[in-house]
Design a protein around this ligand. Structure first.
Ligand code: PMV
Length: 347
């Protein structure tokens, strides 16, 4: 029997892809598999209070973002609830009050859709568990990831920790297009404490949303080669991650980032999300790496910000490098330090 009311709270981190997801078919099925580091401090905390309603008519919810009512997020949440209703049938029986806040500054250009949808999915699964307490932990996580995927594709990689793989791949056991899994192979300890410093190059709204970007992979002249490359890169990464081969890791990760943006530049219509400072930073990273042999590399999301990835053993030097050379290319000199983390937690 379902409780009359209650409240659950979950915190979910953001993630940064090493092999990128770009291109999909309905409903949120990726055109190619991807893999990401789960982050730690860049996170969304969401609580869902629920209260039984008398009439089971439609969805009923209030939304608060950083303490304030947030009307413009509501359509996205409503679409999400409509999509997942058949998997969590209690949704119309309650009025929900959803309160959400991010650890990173508002409109910093860091997408909160992955962490936000992951946190909300964990909350809904937690409520479902009160209805069906026998659901075991691995099913709980898989289903939360499945729901999160329906909110925002890459969100399915934010449920669990360290390295998460999403998308069916013949050489990766238990991989699925429907949800993310913890990377099932051995990884060198160097990757378990990897750092990611996010350089905030441009905090404004992107000109092209990732929804539109994914769509433009349909009929894209290089799509099939790109999708095949992502499959191949996941094969290559298996050895790289096991051996801790940083030289090969850097090549693969930077190539993935530039390929993602190359797809944007060669779609029709074409577009560019990098900014002049994005390129300045990339060039400085290459110069620094050449001069100091420090294993630091960059990756990019669908935006102008640069993620600097490096082992924790070189953190002090890299932080000096950022302060001395890269901060001047960031909007208001802002950057955020993060590292690999272990996924969602109940608050
Ligand atoms: O999850 P979406 O639909 O916002 O797509 C995100 C795609 C990239 O961030 C560019 C790559 C990725 O795999 O995270």
């Amino acid at each position: 029997k379902m409780p009359e009311n209650g409240k659950v709270t979950w915190k979910a981190p953001s993630n940064i892809a090493l092999v990128k997801y770009w291109g999909k078919r309905p409903v949120q099925i990726p055109a190619n598999p991807s893999i990401s580091f789960t982050l730690d401090s860049c996170a969304t905390t969401t609580s869902v209070a629920f209260e039984k309603k008398d009439a089971i008519d439609g969805f009923s919810f209030d939304l608060l973002f950083e303490g304030q009512p947030k009307e413009d997020f509501k359509p996205k949440i409503r679409t999400f609830l409509e999509r997942i209703e058949k998997y969590v049938p209690f949704l119309k029986e309650y009025h929900f009050t959803i309160e959400t806040s991010n650890s990173f500054p508002h409109s910093s250009g860091i997408a909160s859709s992955a962490s936000g949808m992951a946190a909300l999915s964990m909350c809904l699964m937690d409520i479902e568990k009160q209805l069906n307490p026998i659901i075991d932990e691995s099913l709980f996580h898989a289903k939360a990831s499945y729901l999160a995927r329906l909110g925002s594709g890459s969100a399915c990689r934010s449920i669990k920790g360290n390295l998460v793989q999403w998308g069916a791949h013949e050489n990766i056991p238990n991989s699925s297009d429907l949800y993310g899994i913890e990377y099932p192979f051995e990884i060198n300890p160097v990757f378990k404490s990897y750092c990611d410093t996010i350089l905030l190059v441009h905090k404004g709204q992107k000109q092209v949303s990732s929804t539109v970007g994914h769509q433009l992979m349909h009929g894209h002249p290089y799509a099939e080669n790109r999708f095949q490359q992502a499959f191949d890169n996941l094969d290559k990464l298996k050895t790289i991650l096991a051996e801790g081969n940083l030289e090969e890791f850097i090549k693969l990760v930077e190539s993935e980032a530039l390929t993602l943006h190359a797809m944007m530049m060669t779609s029709m219509p074409y577009f560019i999300l990098m900014k002049p400072d994005t390129l300045e930073i990339i060039n400085k990273i290459w110069e620094y790496r050449e001069a100091t042999k420090t294993p630091v590399c960059f990756t990019l999301d669908a935006g102008a910000n640069v993620h600097l990835l490096y082992p924790s053993s070189v953190k002090e030097n890299v932080l000096d490098f950022i302060k001395d050379e890269l901060a001047e290319h960031c909007e208001n000199g802002q950057y955020i330090h993060d590292q690999v983390g272990s996924g969602t937690i109940k608050i």
